[in-house]
Design a protein around this ligand. Sequence first.
Ligand code: SF4
Ligand code: SF4
Length: 406
Amino acid sequence: MTDSFEQLLARETPKLMNCVHCGLCLEHCPTYRLTGDESNSPRGRLSIWRALAEKRIDVSAETDFYSDDCVGCLACQSACPANVPYADLLYEARRDRVANGKPVHRLLRLAGSAVQHRTWFNLLNAPVRALRRSGVPLHRFLFPGQPSVTQSTADYAGLIMQQLKPDGPTVALFTGCLMEGVFREINFATVRVLAVNNVRIVIPDEQGCCGAVLEHAGLAGKDALDDANRAAFDQLDVDCVITNAAGCGLALGHALTAATRDLTSFLDELDLRTGRPLPTDHLYYDFPCHLYHGQNVKNAPKRVFEAIGNDWSLAPMADRCCGSGGTYNVTNAENAETIINEKSAFLSDAKHAHCTLVTANHVCMMQWHSAISRAGLRSKVSVQHLVQALDQAYDRAGVYGESMKA
Ligand code: SF4
Ligand code: SF4
């Protein structure tokens, strides 16, 4: 064990001692449910880290395996009556492991480096946006969409603000790296939906990635991104900072002093305009784990669904992680697939001619789209972000003028 890791665990020992071994977290843990292995549960991981801190065991391939095999869904943290700060412990342990030379999956290393250069990331992903826009199926994770190839969300929002001149609450929009680089149509839908509900939007240019991918992988660099985001957002005269991706909201919320709100719960408190129901038989809502467990947003956005107008219900096991967790579908694709297969099985049996799975995080959408593609359900099931569903309902109701279309 290196000095640094020793120091880390020694520092965290009081938090590790919070665990009273009650086991209430076990049934909530996807890796425990999958394996039945106590060491692959929250309680087991905490015991391992405590044993390391107390020098009863040494770091080994086995202790590394159990630290790595956590999905990062944080279901244990919200189930724990002793308030064990599981996420802090996990992220610190992973960061320290990497700092001490442990390998990181090459895709995560690449992604972790790319997201630190936002302008380049957006430029390099222009062909991906163009191909998605053209309808070419690229990869089962890349759900279909119509992103703008050249116009940024900030430029689009500027035009919409000039056009509609909303004078209600003012929010700063966090546009994200993957969301802006690849799934930009969700940002555009966010702008339209907020604007027609009289919300003024500002988008600071200087913002950076939230750093969630770095945190999950244990890579360095989040501190610099946090500084950039604090400089971009904390001094703004706005009611709150809005994120439309649950994972980004969790990471950004920890960095900023300014109030950070997830778009779903923000929308749910507005006096929303109503749309025209979507051409689908049913909407199933699934909570992103980093919204439900990470940000403690546990109420479904009922008023948003009322504004959309379709029949809807919570998806079965809606509070359980879809398996993408932080970066789990990259680091442990096989387990991630097993987890989403269990969650998505109900869609094969659903009696609807067509239904839509609605969630609130682009990475969850990728995971759902991948499962639906594998199951051959693409003609029967669509995947949408909640704001896209409302945006489409507004479009069908004629809420938008021609000039608002991207
Ligand atoms: S974060 Fe999720 S996978 Fe990891 S220990 Fe907690 S419940 Fe289990
Ligand atoms: S619920 Fe909390 S206190 Fe109980 S075993 Fe799990 S981590 Fe420990």
